[in-house]
Design a protein around this ligand. Sequence first.
Ligand SMILES: Nc1ncnc2c1ncn2[C@@H]1O[C@H](COP(=O)(O)OP(=O)(O)OP(=O)(O)O)[C@@H](O)[C@H]1O
Length: 417
Amino acid sequence: MSSQTISSLLGRGHQNNFKLTEKQKSIMIGSDDSCRKGFICSETYLAPFHCRIFLQKDNVHGWKTLIQEKAMNPQKYVTFVNKNRLKMRETQWLWNGDEVKIGRGDNLENLICFVFQDETEKRKLAKTIEVPEYLKHRFNNCQESIGSGAHSIIYLAYETKLRETRECVCKIVSLTKKVSESCFEKLCQEPKLLESFNHSNIIKVLGYHIGNNPDRLLIWQEKMQCDLEKYFQKRKIICPNEWYNISFQVLDALKYLHDKGIVHRDIKPENIMWTDNTCKVLKLIDFGVAKNYKNETERDNEQVGTHLYIPPEIHRASNAEINDLYKPPVDIWAFGILSFRFLTGQTPFFENEKYDKTALRDKIIKKEISKIPLMERRINERIIELIIEQLLDYDPKSRVTANEVMGILTNLQKLFE
Ligand SMILES: Nc1ncnc2c1ncn2[C@@H]1O[C@H](COP(=O)(O)OP(=O)(O)OP(=O)(O)O)[C@@H](O)[C@H]1O
């Protein structure tokens, strides 16, 4: 078996580092020899079995590194991930750059600190990510990738403006087997569209380049911190107050787009990102399949977007009908599914997140939505009604608009204070 490093914890302010590999998938951190196969930290007071750090693989995220609190005496021993203290036996998913602090007492400064590094991200290197000559005075691209999607890889980059250099990202789409010529052509519309927007909850494009031979699209954008899917996966559930704050920002961006005649067509948590780690401001990203629904020359006849978030009218439509159905209600439905998932931790159709596409399509078409998970979570009746009857309305013509949802939420503000 290979022993490639999957992740590491690098000591900050001390020399203790350790790594997890495909061979060594789990490690205990503790203070004495009873911590078998473990990492014995001599620099601070730790419980004999303080915490466990281990790998888990899933089909969506690949390797995930998790930390579990193992100390039995919470009065004495503590484990923090960033500024959040883990409860007894609590497990948390670690992300690149997370700060893990362990030790005794309640003074964070006295604890032993590690910084988590996801080594698999570093390995997704670009072959060539040269900046074209005429843009070299504005952008610098790095070899480090910080994300990827079905069509692109996102690299860390720098923008030079006056005498200041700021971090940004460069999204690169290349014409490959995976990205056909027609798909590439469509994706080339994304930066032009983004340049026409000016909204605080929509990603800003800083510059772009469409090159041929090799056919490659480079889009420099503001750097975001983390997408809502990862954020949700880490929390497993989003509380109503936080959902309210998220909703307002997403709906405000949707209202702006819809008023301009644009449908995003791929609203999902992966395409909504926090601007920084204060997790206050959100921006919509990925306008690769966005469309001007008022422009009759832009007709298309195939389904786009992500299965779980596609509304019933699109699932049911024939190729000839589909173009006329791609209108703002499509984004509202997707926002309804997102809301359901965030508030309950599950999809409206299946209890867990593993499902087959055909079964999912069947359930969507047959309207097999259950509001029980929302009731079990004691979500306010008016919010349940909003999600089930209005956002997930089967008739796109009577489905609420972004503006109407904002009005409803404003009237319900008291519930979230
Ligand atoms: N501006 C950004 N700053 C930081 N990370 C980003 C940024 N844009 C994208 N990412 C990361 O890269 C991932 C893929 O980006 P994006 O959705 O734009 O690519 P795509 O190839 O169009 O994706 P899709 O699979 O939806 O077609 C995002 O989910 C996010 O994690």
